[in-house]
Design a protein around this ligand. Structure first.
Ligand SMILES: Nc1ncnc2c1ncn2[C@@H]1O[C@H](COP(=O)(O)OP(=O)(O)OP(=O)(O)O)[C@@H](O)[C@H]1O
Ligand SMILES: [Mg+2]
Length: 257
């Protein structure tokens, strides 16, 4: 499905004030019971060690939900996200995205599936020789989207993350939190259906982390399905979303702490 200006409406509907979220008290919100948008079925992934990184992990993400994925450093959070977006292949089990089996070897099919995904990488992966606006526009250029639409989308995405004034800056001149917001703008500029955010608040101070969480929470309120990995349990207490917890290769819980 190609993105359209209309499908970007959730982004333009309401600009997000970059204010900290107010802590809320659980209980957990009921799941939306939307359609299954992404799925792991009995997935095992090993990197050659004695214990698999992920062992027979099953998971279903439903459209319209927001999930935290928690777990200690090295518990397999990034690996799980890489399996979902086809950067890695499972040793056993099945990964499905939008109802289709993920196969990293099917380049053209994967490119189509990835257009429906937004990914925020743990290490930003911004291009140092390009401006902020060029970084955000990059993935749209190869999709043959008209230049005027790209400009409009980039402006909207940068406004959304509060960085319109940095459009012409190079990433290395930005703070860590600003670079993180550029990577969010880049992830949402194509109007994804599912956002995979790998430690989007890693290495940020607590106030900036809360602002990033508030931003993603508001995007979720406009219809975006979000999987947000973090090892910061305090963050998961701020908004009442479902929590998936990785421990010793297993997905252990689906509850609030
Ligand atoms: N390409 C790889 N080659 C070998 N081992 C890997 C590879 N990728 C991940 N691992 C190992 O798999 C385990 C899980 O790594 P992963 O990056 O998924 O953890 P994580 O939960 O994201 O950790 P962090 O919170 O530090 O980001 C680690 O022990 C890591 O060393
Ligand atoms: Mg990680």
């Amino acid at each position: 499905m190609e993105s359209t200006p209309e499908s970007f409406a959730w982004a333009t509907a309401s600009l997000i004030p970059m204010t900290a979220v107010t802590p809320v008290v659980p209980p957990c919100e009921p799941t939306s019971q939307g359609a299954i948008i992404a799925e792991l079925y009995q997935v095992t992934k090993s990197f050659g060690g004695a214990v698999p990184c992920l062992h027979r992990v099953s998971l279903q993400l439903r459209r319209g939900d927001f999930y935290f994925l928690t777990g200690a450093s090295g518990s397999g959070k990034s690996t799980l996200l890489k399996l979902l977006c086809g950067q890695l292949q499972p040793d056993q089990g099945i990964v499905r995205l939008f109802g289709e089996e993920v196969n990293p070897h099917q380049d053209r099919r994967m490119a189509q599936l990835r257009r429906r995904l937004g990914v925020i990488f743990q290490d930003f992966k911004l291009l140092g020789d390009r401006s902020v606006a060029e970084n955000v526009a990059f993935a749209l250029l190869v999709r043959g989207i008209p230049k005027t639409e790209i400009q409009q989308r980039v402006q909207t995405a940068l406004k959304l993350v509060g960085l319109s004034h940095k459009a012409n800056a190079k990433p290395q001149s930005l703070s860590g939190g600003e670079q993180q917001r550029v990577s969010i703008a880049r992830a949402i500029v194509g109007s994804p259906e599912l956002l995979l955010a790998d430690e989007p608040t890693g290495n940020l101070d607590s106030q900036t982390s809360q602002q990033i969480l508030a931003l993603l929470h508001r995007l979720h309120q406009h219809g975006l399905t979000v999987l947000f990995t973090t090892h910061d349990l305090a963050l998961t207490r701020l908004v009442p979303h479902r929590i998936l917890h990785l421990h010793h290769g297993k997905l252990e819980s689906l509850t609030h702490p």
